[in-house]
Design a protein around this ligand. Sequence first.
Ligand SMILES: [Zn+2]
Ligand SMILES: [Zn+2]
Length: 425
Amino acid sequence: MGFLLGAIRIRSSPLSSFSNFTNTNSFQKSSIISFPKHGLSPIRRMIQASLHSKGESEIVFMGTGTSEGIPRVSCLTNPEKKCPVCSKAAEPGNKNRRLNTSILIRYATASGVRNILVDAGKFFYHSALKYFPAFGNPSGVNEVKTTTHINGVCPSSIGANIIETQVVKWKPLVLVFRRGVLGPLVLVTWSPASCFGYGGIDHPCGISLQGVIRCTETVNYWLRTIDAVIITHSHADAIGGLDDLRDWTNNVQPSIPIYVANRDFEVMKKTHYYLVDTSVIIPGAAVSELQFKIIEEEPFIVEDLKITPLPVWHGINYRSLGFRFGNVCYISDVSEIPEETYPLLEDCDLLIMDALRPDRSSSTHFGLPKALEEVRKIKPKRTLFTGMMHLMDHEIVNEYLATLMNTEGLDVQLSYDGLSVPVKL
Ligand SMILES: [Zn+2]
Ligand SMILES: [Zn+2]
């Protein structure tokens, strides 16, 4: 049985009630009660909550662009030529604005949502900064929902205020109260395993105030943890963010498993040597705590989700992995699909695939014509392209792709950063 909290003052919204408290500096950094100003609309949140409550998973596009990002800085500073796509992409919220290609699989299990990240590239921090707060789910369970009941009217204006509430690393939730405006801080913790509680504290004025914190399950719909990272290949736009995972392993969870092919692990031994061999770290330095798990080109299980590697070529003699989970196939970096991989792509509901530029392929990536050829061959129910460079204008290309639905019945579109797609896994 959990226990609870003192109570306080009635506010119309339990969530907004946290926003106005005066925080002590020591708690500001790790507060979970900070909601995005530009986050999801209430309707979007309701939809998301209802999806999760039905056990549906979700794919969040953390980034859909090439290594240098869109807009290119060089396009914005070019005095001779205005780049139409980069000019648009410079506007906040424009769908041409793209960070390094990556997705987050929000896998709904009976015991909660698992966050499985595919690739953490150079811009991972910027993606996470944008989407982790935005895709938190304040209307899901595991929210700190305070419904306060006051038994009696306090004759004093001195209330017992919740000062802050936070999850400290992987430890149980901690609530911090102040008894009275100037009174001592009181810390209350309870285990997520028993996080339904009802109780009260005695108000200094002698009248018992009671409150309820409801946290019905251990289910976690917050986009906060990273349960695993799966690596497609070891280019900088796929692994350049491994160092940034330190924020998670220092402040959210003890460690993160990294699923990686041996050839890419060998690269990491050079590029991130201090994350692989932690004996070289100066004592006390807090780097990412990563557990490297070597994968073969065989199915493996991550958080009960079966992941099937989809081996592809990403340039001559350079192997990259796509991944299949459920009927979703993700191939972010590909110049050629080997024959033996096609059977793994059968009965695909959603294909997410590389399409670099509108006119032709490069030596390492599919261009749009080749990507469409592959779609016709693989025959997925729906396709979303990713990994687009600055020549791909979101609106113009999507307009063209929409015509293929009429002419060929092809459901193909470009993805964009922040897109969320519900999937059954
Ligand atoms: Zn440009
Ligand atoms: Zn690459």
